[in-house]
Design a protein around this ligand. Structure first.
Ligand SMILES: [Zn+2]
Length: 168
C-alpha cells in the first residue's frame, strides 16, 4: 500500500493509484476527461496545473513493451487526440511528456502543458520538478483549483464533441 497526497490536501492510501482512478474509487479534480477502450484520461490528482492530464492504462502493467498491439494503437491515437484538445481548447502550444517505469503505480503518461510562468523555473526536463512543486505550493487555493476544473471541462467538451479528431 502507498500513501498519496492529493492536490486538495487529502491523503489516501491505495494499492495502485491508477487502478483506483480507472475503477472510479478516486474522483480526479474536474472528473474524467476522456475514456478510450484501453485508456483513462484525467487531470493529475497531485499537482494543480490546468490541463496537466494523465493517460493511464486500464490494465495493470508498468512497461511500454507489455502493451498489446491493440493497446499501443489505442494509446497513440488517444495521446494525439488529447494533445490536439489541449491545443484547441486551452491554447497549449508546448507539452512535456513524461513516463517512468520506476513507479509504484501502473502505466501512465504525463502530458504537462508548458505555460509562460514555467520558464522562470527552468527549461526542459530540469524544470519539471520545480514546476510541479511550485504548483502544489502556490496554486492549491480554491481559485486556482477552479481554474483546473474549468480546464478539464473544456478538454472534456472538446473531446466529446468530435473536436480533437486527428486526421488519418
Ligand atoms: Zn494498477
Amino acid at each position: 500500500m502507498i500513501e498519496v497526497t492529493l492536490a486538495d490536501g487529502r491523503r489516501i492510501t491505495v494499492e495502485c493509484l491508477n487502478c483506483a482512478l480507472v475503477e472510479g474509487l478516486i474522483e480526479p479534480t474536474g472528473g474524467v476527461v476522456y475514456e478510450s477502450p484501453h485508456f483513462h484520461v484525467h487531470q493529475d490528482v497531485a499537482y494543480p496545473v490546468p490541463g496537466l492530464v494523465i493517460v493511464a492504462a486500464r490494465r495493470h502493467y508498468k512497461a511500454l513493451d507489455e502493451m498489446t498491439e491493440e493497446e499501443s494503437r489505442d494509446f497513440i491515437s488517444t495521446v494525439r487526440l488529447v494533445r490536439q484538445a489541449q491545443r484547441e481548447a486551452l491554447g497549449v502550444e508546448v507539452v512535456c511528456y513524461f513516463y517512468n517505469e520506476d513507479t509504484t503505480h501502473h502505466f501512465h503518461l504525463w502530458m504537462v502543458p508548458r505555460y509562460s510562468w514555467m520558464y522562470e523555473l527552468g527549461r526542459s526536463v530540469q524544470s519539471l520538478r520545480p514546476v510541479l512543486l511550485h504548483a502544489r505550493e502556490h496554486m492549491s487555493d480554491p481559485k486556482s483549483v477552479d481554474e483546473v476544473r474549468r480546464a478539464t471541462e473544456r478538454l472534456r467538451t472538446r473531446l466529446a464533441t468530435g473536436g480533437g479528431r486527428v486526421a488519418g
